[in-house]
Design a protein around this ligand. Structure first.
Ligand code: PBG
Length: 325
């Protein structure tokens, strides 16, 4: 009888498993998304994301400093304006005194080149209708009119100190428009982390609370349909041609096959976003004692890395980076 072939030999001890581990998380892989809100005196907890808050400018500075000390690879900032300051075109987005640009400025001043400061380049937090772009008369999101707004927003964010801009609205041509505008203004060192393959997802639910979203409908006319695989490659190729410095897939968990597909064709780094719903599900199950929280977090992050992302946006970035140190 043929001898038994024994793969289990490489699993016998923790030291052996460590020796042969192919995919491990580094602190620098992890980017922490953060929310800064206008008009609040104390950090405001986000109920559906226990442990995540909307920051004041002061608490933002402190938490960002802690995250950078813990070793995270970067910070991704979202702004939450006062509900009364929202309007149809999202004027707060490109106002240098809008909350997101103020947040970027204080973090850029505090942190300098010790981290990579990123900004969400999208209108949805700033529009009263909650869409990622401006609307045409028939109520649909107007792609090309939105590009003009993204350009203006991008220049404001770059001038406020963002080193990477994250256009997340899935408008056609957004990377090319932003790249051309940055270059024309001499902002050639400002990079673009393109949300290239972003799917319409039920798992964004808790984020809508996180940013106090006003959205009534959905984003299915601009975000991708979860039925489709090759469309993601088309989107990524376009963004690469348009000058994206990093391409991203979002969400992560339900789209790990897409992360792998993209990793196979991309010659720039690939990022994936472990979104709010992914955070909330693990948090909720762990609160009930149904899963081992820390093990589930590490397993989820490792699966994203194994799928092919070298950069992971996760609300656990600071905690995991500290634990890895
Ligand atoms: C749009 C944007 C969204 C997220 C990041 N950027 C929301 C959406 O597309 O509806 C979601 C992040 C998350 O769910 O954690 N500005």
């Amino acid at each position: 009888m043929a001898p038994v072939i024994r793969p289990r030999r490489l699993r016998t001890t923790q030291a052996m498993r460590r020796l042969v581990a192919q995919n491990t998380i580094r602190s620098a892989d992890l980017v922490l998304p953060m929310f800064v809100a206008d008009g609040i005196d104390d950090p405001r907890p986000i109920e559906s994301m226990p442990g995540v808050v909307q920051h004041t400018l002061d608490s933002l500075r402190k938490a960002a400093d802690e995250a950078v000390r813990a070793g995270v690879g970067g910070l991704m900032l979202f702004g939450v304006p006062d509900a009364g300051d929202k309007d149809a075109v999202g004027s707060g987005a490109d106002d240098p005194d809008g909350i997101l640009n103020r947040g970027l400025r204080v973090l850029a001043d505090d942190l300098g080149d010790s981290t990579v400061l990123m900004a969400d380049t999208c209108l949805d937090e700033f529009t009263d209708h909650g869409h990622c772009g401006v609307l045409s008369d028939d109520g649909r999101v107007d792609n090309d009119a939105t590009l003009d707004r993204y350009v203006s927003m991008s220049l404001a964010q770059a001038r406020a100190g963002a080193q990477l801009l994250g256009p997340s609205g899935m408008m056609d041509g957004q990377v090319a428009a932003i790249r051309a505008a940055l270059d024309a203004e001499g902002l050639t060192d400002t990079g673009i982390l393109a949300y290239s393959a972003k799917y319409a997802s039920a798992f964004y639910g808790p984020f809508r609370e996180a940013v106090g979203s006003s959205l009534a409908g959905d984003r299915r006319t601009y975000q991708q349909d979860g039925s489709n695989r090759t469309e993601a490659l088309r989107e990524v190729r376009l963004d690469l041609d348009e000058g994206a410095d990093i391409v991203m897939v979002k969400p992560a968990m339900s789209y790990l096959d897409i992360v792998r597909d993209v990793a196979e064709i991309s010659d720039v780094p690939v990022a994936a976003y472990q979104i709010s719903g992914e955070y909330s599900m693990i948090t909720a199950a762990a609160e009930r004692g149904w899963i081992d929280r820390d093990a589930a977090i590490l397993e989820s992050l490792t699966s994203i890395k194994r799928a092919g992302a070298s950069i992971i946006l996760t609300y656990w970035a600071a905690e995991v980076a500290a634990a890895l140190a």
